[in-house]
Design a protein around this ligand. Structure first.
Ligand SMILES: [Fe+2]
Length: 187
């Protein structure tokens, strides 16, 4: 299981400088997959959300796209501004991006040929369960801020700059799917 996640997330894990953070990030995915009862074969099929038609985009693809999106946004700002008004921690951004939806392994469960919200997911949405997993695996508070606040739970709450970038990249991948579903995405 550990090798599976290392392979899937290799490109981004290699961009994280701290080997401790790389290790803990993978451990959190393994821990969540085990707790959610997922096999390796099943993981690539998990949709990234139950809230709209994902058109086959899975959780692993979504996680990578969001993390690279947040990274690109941070780099665009950093390479353009003459004076940076804030400091960006790329290790936090990358590990937090990889972990922002790790709680979905507990929030979603298989239901016949499809998927549904699990009991655990009803009790605590993925930003909460993901934050609990991350804390259990010894990830720093800054990563927990990203996970716990990347979604609507973070509205009006104190956030790290990396949390804002992950949030924006997350909604840039989520909103078009919802709008497409509603016929609001102009082609
Ligand atoms: Fe997400």
């Amino acid at each position: 299981m550990k090798d599976f996640f290392k392979e899937r997330f290799k490109k981004i894990l290699d961009m994280i400088e701290s080997s401790d953070l790389q290790e803990k990030t993978v451990n959190a995915w393994v821990s969540a997959a085990k707790e959610g009862g997922w096999s390796i074969e099943e993981i690539d099929k998990i949709p990234f959300t139950l809230l709209t038609d994902t058109k086959g985009i899975n959780l692993v693809e979504h996680t990578i796209a969001v993390t690279l999106g947040a990274y690109g946004l941070a780099k665009a700002i950093e390479s353009t501004y003459k004076v940076m008004p804030f400091e960006i921690n790329y290790d936090f951004l990358l590990a937090g991006g990889l972990l922002h939806d790790v709680g979905k392994l507990l929030e979603i469960e298989k239901f016949g040929d499809t998927y549904r919200k699990s009991r655990k997911g009803k009790c605590a949405r993925h930003p909460i369960s993901g934050a609990i997993i991350a804390d259990r695996e010894g990830l720093p508070d800054e990563i927990i801020n990203i996970i716990a606040n990347h979604s609507k739970e973070g509205e009006g709450r104190p956030q790290r700059i990396e949390t804002i970038f992950v949030h924006q990249a997350d909604f840039a991948t989520f909103n078009p799917m919802v709008m497409m579903d509603k016929g609001l995405l102009i082609e």
